[in-house]
Every structure is written in structure tokens, then in C-alpha cells.
Design a protein around this ligand. Structure first.
Ligand SMILES: [Fe+2]
Ligand SMILES: [Fe+2]
Length: 277
């Protein structure tokens, strides 16, 4: 934290904090366009200092390419996290090395390219983020998410004022257990991957904000972002089927966090949802 910020906060008898918007999986063009049109005004209207978003579905619903990562970063998303779709776009395994604001899952093989931790500084306060994959009902092979996050915390925890841990997983129990393990040691534990928000946002007893899933940014007249009739065709007939990204009822879903920079713990968590007019 900067000296100037410390002095200013002391003058007004308050401890510094950051307001952070954490957005769920960004799905396809409809969500990209929404972010391009509205993110700057959302930031201003809500007094948001930092925006972090999982963007594992931003390119045609699966994966991310460099163009779309740069688009999000240029339109108000400060840090991008990824999930099990990390390598779905050919060429991204080379591009990721050039994108220091992009964070790939930490518990895939160490030999994989990209960073397992991303950080930024705002108002003299350093914010760091890491994401790990769950292991239950996931198609990608990953090591233990708890041990992986413990390792990152050991290596990087002291380098930031605010550390946020994301768990990208299918099983609710796995996410909840992960949350209890890190209560009081990180600012927030954010669940992603299911594309459906849960109503269990809260601050755990030792001061860590927690939510099992923050949902998705994308079309909600859909099946977790995909065309309803195509998914139903697949369920009913089992025939090969392309699942295109749906188009209607586009919303941004996530949580708003207020984090105390002195303690690195949460003051507030509330669900965030914005609908495209
Ligand atoms: Fe995912
Ligand atoms: Fe996703």
C-alpha cells in the first residue's frame, strides 16, 4: 500500500479498501458486446476499482483467443481468469505468454505455458488472483486444488495486499470445502464454471467472502449459454449436434466485493446482475 494512501486514510480515520467486481464465465459475442458497450459506465456508476472476470468461454463459447483477451482488457476488465476451456482455441498456448493480465488454472501441469497468478495495483493497493480447477465431474486432469492454492499462497501471498482465490469446479461440496480451508487467509473465494449463480454469498467466520458460483455473463435465454433447441435435440435424439451460443436476454452476473486493504479480508459481498436493456 502506498505511503500517500496510508496518510490519507489515517487523516480521515478509515482504513483503505477496494471495491472489486468479479464476473462469471463470459460467454461469446453477446457478452463481449455488452462489456464493450457498458463496462466503463458500470465501473463509474458503481464506484468499482477493479474488475476481474473468468473468460474461458469468450470465443464462440469455448476458450479464448488473443484478440478477445485484448478486447476485454481494453474495455475495463483488469484481470482475466480461465478454466477447463483454457486451451480450446488453437494458438492461445503461444499467445498466453504475452498476456500478463491473464491467469490460467494453477493445477494443470507445470510445463503448460501461462501464469498461475496475476496481479495489479490500484490506489497503491496490490491485488492478486489465482484460479484452480476442481476434480469432480470435470473432463480435464488436474492435481489437488487445495494443495495447488496452498502453494500459490506460500509463493505469492506476501507480495499482495489482497489475494483472491477462484475455484472453477462443478461440484458444490468441493467448492464449499475449499472455501472453509482458506477462510481467514484470503480476501475472497469465488466459485465459477457452472454458469448458474448460487444464493450462498456470505462472509465466513474468519473474514473471507465466499460464494459457490457467480454464474455467467452471456445470454440467459439459453442452456448455460447455448441454443435451447440444439441442446434439446441432443438430449432427445443423441445425434451429433453443434451447440451455438444463444443470443437473447444477455446479462452480466458476478459479485461485488469490498475488501479492506489493511487486513486483506472482506467487508462486504453482494450479488451483481446487470441486464442488457
Ligand atoms: Fe468451465
Ligand atoms: Fe464456463
Amino acid at each position: 500500500m502506498s505511503l500517500l494512501l496510508r496518510i490519507t486514510c489515517a487523516q480521515y480515520n478509515m482504513s483503505p479498501s477496494l471495491k472489486i467486481l468479479y464476473l462469471g464465465d463470459i460467454v461469446g459475442r453477446p457478452a463481449r458486446e455488452f462489456i464493450g458497450d457498458r463496462m466503463r459506465s458500470i465501473r463509474t456508476l458503481n464506484g468499482i476499482d477493479v474488475v476481474i472476470a473468468n473468460a474461458e468461454n469468450v470465443t464462440s463459447g469455448s476458450g479464448i483467443n488473443r484478440e478477445h483477451a485484448e478486447f476485454l482488457h481494453g474495455n475495463g476488465v483488469d484481470i482475466i481468469t480461465l478454466g477447463d476451456h483454457v486451451w480450446d482455441r488453437r494458438g492461445f498456448e503461444c499467445d498466453i505468454a504475452h498476456l500478463d493480465y491473464v491467469c490460467r488454472p494453477a493445477n494443470i501441469p507445470d510445463e503448460c505455458p501461462g501464469r498461475d497468478f496475476a496481479m495489479m495495483e490500484k490506489n497503491g493497493i496490490k491485488v492478486g488472483v489465482s484460479v484452480v480447477l476442481g476434480r469432480h465431474f470435470m473432463k480435464i486432469d488436474a492435481t489437488c486444488p487445495v494443495r495447488a492454492m496452498e502453494n500459490i499462497l506460500r509463493k505469492r501471498g506476501n507480495s499482495v495486499d489482497i489475494f483472491i482465490a477462484e475455484i472453477h469446479a462443478e461440484a458444490t461440496a468441493e467448492k464449499i470445502a475449499f472455501g472453509w480451508n482458506f477462510d481467514g487467509r484470503v480476501a475472497a473465494i469465488i466459485g465459477t464454471h457452472t454458469h448458474v449463480p448460487t444464493a450462498d454469498d456470505r462472509i465466513l467466520p474468519n473474514g473471507t467472502a465466499y460464494v459457490t458460483d457467480i454464474g455467467m455473463c452471456g445470454p440467459h435465454a439459453s442452456v448455460i449459454g447455448r441454443d435451447i433447441s440444439q441442446v434439446l435435440q441432443s438430449i432427445k435424439y443423441g445425434m451429433p449436434q453443434k451447440f451455438e451460443v444463444a443470443t437473447d436476454d444477455v446479462r452480466l452476473n458476478g459479485v461485488l466485493l469490498t475488501i479492506d486493504a489493511a487486513s486483506g479480508l472482506a467487508r462486504k459481498i453482494s450479488r451483481f446482475s446487470e441486464r442488457m436493456a
